[in-house]
Design a protein around this ligand. Structure first.
Ligand SMILES: NC(=O)c1ccc[n+]([C@@H]2O[C@H](COP(=O)([O-])OP(=O)(O)OC[C@H]3O[C@@H](n4cnc5c(N)ncnc54)[C@H](OP(=O)(O)O)[C@@H]3O)[C@@H](O)[C@H]2O)c1
Length: 228
């Protein structure tokens, strides 16, 4: 029997790197990981297949996809994020956000769709953020707004629309909030996040238990449903 195969996009550091580390410690699991370029910081783990992929570079995504014939689970983790304001941003920065956090995931799904269809599992997890929730933003419950929140709200809708389009073919598509995690991005706000090892343990437990019925919903790292 072929091993369960997970592809993690954006695995040089933070949550992505730890996802790869923990997944690769499972004997029945085959892990494929992408890093942005050869200068990205990462630890090459034995038995993990590393590919180069830049979410902003469509050709790099297509090139990576030619090397992956089949996957069960696709975890799109890579993103940019900072505590910025819309009134002081500019078009170039907004384009960077949208290209990395919204168009990037769409390009990845389109490119790896044949590999996902080659298996029956057909699970797509988009690591999002509760900053992309309208109700959480309106209640003032998220520290970050601005361009990051706009991009994550768009990423959430991307996940919902992919769910609607792919559900008839047996796909499960879920945007997932990883929690406040002590990574480079998570520490920008001053720290205090969950240690990455513990956070990723929770995330993987939730991803492993996600059912077809939960597709199209917005989940937190602990499996709780987050309001849109
Ligand atoms: N940490 C938190 O508290 C928190 C909270 C909510 C949501 N999230 C979400 O969780 C995910 C992971 O965040 P993190 O905390 O682990 O952040 P991080 O430590 O800043 O790591 C970001 C990852 O994304 C990759 N990346 C950035 N731009 C890329 C591009 N153009 N192409 C490919 N990869 C790219 C980075 O690669 P390089 O090393 O090459 O830059 C890195 O591997 C993100 O989607 C983030 O929005 C995090």
């Amino acid at each position: 029997m072929e091993p369960h195969t997970t592809l993690v996009i954006g695995a040089s550091r933070g949550i992505g790197k730890e996802l790869v580390r923990q997944l690769s410690s499972i004997p029945s699991e085959h892990v494929i990981a992408t890093i942005r370029d050869s200068s990205s910081p990462t630890t090459n783990l034995q038995d993990v297949q590393y590919l180069t992929l830049d979410l902003q570079n469509p050709q790099s995504i297509l090139n990576a996809a030619t090397k992956v014939p089949s996957i069960d689970t696709l975890i799109i983790n890579g993103a940019i994020g900072d505590n910025e304001r819309l009134v002081s941003t500019n078009t170039q920065r907004m384009e960077e956000y949208m290209s990395t956090n919204v168009l990037g995931p769409l390009r990845v799904v389109q490119a790896f769709l044949p590999a996902l269809k080659a298996r029956k599992t057909r699970k797509i997890i988009l690591i999002s953020s509760y900053c992309g929730s309208f109700s959480i933003q309106n209640a003032g419950l998220c520290g970050w707004g601005g361009p990051y929140a706009v991009s994550k709200a768009a990423a959430n809708m991307l996940a919902v629309q992919l769910h609607r389009e792919l559900r008839p073919e047996g796909f499960t598509v879920v945007p997932l909030h990883p929690g406040n995690v002590a990574t480079d991005m998570g520490n920008i706000g001053g720290g205090g996040g969950t240690p990455v090892c513990e956070a990723v343990g929770n995330i993987l437990r939730t991803i492993g238990g996600i059912t077809l019925e939960e597709s199209g919903g917005f989940l937190s790292y602990d499996g709780e449903v987050i309001p849109w």
